[in-house]
Design a protein around this ligand. Structure first.
Ligand code: DOR
Ligand code: ZN
Length: 450
């Protein structure tokens, strides 16, 4: 479904700066951008008064873990994509550690079919690598809706894992398309876990899954990419040393990302939040957070993502070290980053390049991520003047909590638009969560990757 829509008098985040004006979408495509305004409403179009709002391209979250199929009670493609839309995310890329794992064409086709019925935003899916599925990885090469190959080099949630050199070489040598690696070294991890078994304090997590663990795997994956001339994307960078190392070693083949939570939290927050802040790879230290910001700003890090991992508080209540790792975030990432911008950490245009244009470039998603005539009509209109305190009750994710509970956020999307169709709306004095405007499957398409 596509729409005709006119936004008037908004502060538009265009590729070369923020200017006030109007933007028209015709049949789902950005038809005209008028920096000085003056576009007159036509009778067949939905008109939004953007006065006082910033108009951004719909954001792209290239790293979410919805639980569909397998655990739809935690997050299905409907709730996950609604949460995304509420947060200004109009496209998401979903990881393969669902149940069953998405490791072959049949499972991917099943996920794509589910998404076409349930999602309200654009969607793509990773295929998971195993030690013996190279033929499956080859079989989906170029398939619509499949964004890349995910390799867990260290074990995390689920049982996907490839860490032996010969298996990794085989995958890098015999596949095309982008490989996204969870870079933690399995051998080091397994050698350290017994030493930390007696620890029940949350600080032990970052000590056990330490920086060396991440650095070894990041260097290994980078060497594989170079040896086999293969595109590599290193997911959720967490340490300053990795970021500094990549700044001089990344070259043209390698891209990388950072999570909102690694830009926001440090060891003190982990102490306060406890298992809510438990994730793999861990939240680390103040100096890591500072270096991640520095390397994001200097272009070493290409995009900002969430690693949205919906675990219930009930499952987490078992405490460290047995609580599951991961936290929800798909609906808070854009407001959180915009809050950082308003607080002076970066500019609004930086956020657009890290959360819209950046992911589109990394994964080769054409005509998305920028406000340019001829691009897809995916938009979000955010309010940068108001701050509201978020609580666990204010979220669309089925797991019903947020690691940012208690924080004052600005940049809440007042409107989110997919292919020219309004899919989610908030009102200035209305509920924090706002309201959905479309039925499951009504909007959003399977993404293509070049
Ligand atoms: O903390 C994490 N949670 N890290 C991962 O790698 C997976 C994710 C999940 O799926 O729960
Ligand atoms: Zn992940």
């Amino acid at each position: 479904m596509t729409g005709n829509l006119l936004v008037q008098n908004a502060m538009m985040a265009l590729p070369n700066g923020i200017v006030e004006g109007d933007l028209r979408i015709v049949n789902g495509i950005i038809h005209s951008i008028a920096p000085n305004g003056g576009l007159v409403a036509k009778k067949d179009e939905f008109v939004i008064d953007g006065t006082g709002l910033h108009l951004l391209p719909g954001a792209i979250d290239p790293h979410v873990h919805f639980r569909d199929p397998g655990n739809p009670e935690k997050e299905d493609l409907e709730s996950g994509s609604r949460a995304a839309a509420a947060g200004g995310i109009t496209s998401f890329l979903d990881m393969p550690n669902t149940v069953p794992n998405a490791t072959n064409q049949v499972e991917l086709e099943a996920k794509i079919a589910l998404a076409s019925k349930k999602a309200v935003s654009h969607h793509g899916f990773f295929i998971g690598a195993t030690s013996n599925n190279v033929a499956d990885l080859q079989s989906i090469d170029g398939m619509d809706g499949v964004c890349g190959i995910k390799i867990f080099m260290g074990s995390s949630t689920g049982d996907l894992l490839v860490h032996e050199q010969e298996h990794l070489e085989n995958i890098f040598e015999n596949t095309n398309g982008i490989i996204a690696t969870h870079a933690e070294d399995e051998n080091r991890l397994q050698s350290r876990i017994p030493q930390f078994k007696h620890r029940t304090d949350i600080a032990a997590h970052a000590e056990c899954r330490d920086i060396e663990c991440a650095l070894i795997a990041t260097k290994r994956a980078s060497a594989l990419a170079k040896d086999h001339d293969h595109r590599l994307h290193i997911v959720h960078l967490t340490s300053g040393v990795e970021a500094d190392w990549l700044a001089t070693n990344k070259g043209d083949l390698i891209t990388t990302e950072v999570c909102t939570q690694h830009l926001t939290f440090d060891q003190d927050d982990v102490e306060k939040l406890g298992v809510r802040a438990l994730m793999n790879p861990p939240i680390r230290y103040t100096e890591d957070r500072d270096t991640l910001w520095k390397r994001l700003k200097d272009g070493t890090i290409d995009c900002v993502v969430t690693d949205h991992a919906p675990h219930t508080l009930d499952a987490k209540s078992i405490g460290y070290p047995n609580a599951p790792a991961g936290m929800p975030g798909v609906e808070t990432s854009l407001p959180l980053m915009l809050t950082h911008a308003i607080d002076g950490k970066c500019s609004v245009s930086d956020v657009v390049s890290w959360m819209c244009a950046g992911p589109a470039k990394v994964y080769g998603i054409e005509k998305k991520g920028s406000l340019i005539e001829g691009y897809d009509g995916d938009l979000t209109l955010v309010d940068l003047d108001t701050r509201r305190t978020i609580t666990d009750d204010d979220v669309w994710t089925k797991v019903g909590w947020t690691p940012y509970a208690g924080m004052e956020l600005t940049g809440l999307p007042m409107w989110t638009i997919v292919d020219g169709v309004p899919v989610h709306r908030r009102t200035p004095n209305g509920s924090f969560m706002g309201e959905p405007l479309v039925r499951p499957g009504q909007t959003g398409r399977v993404l293509r990757f070049s």
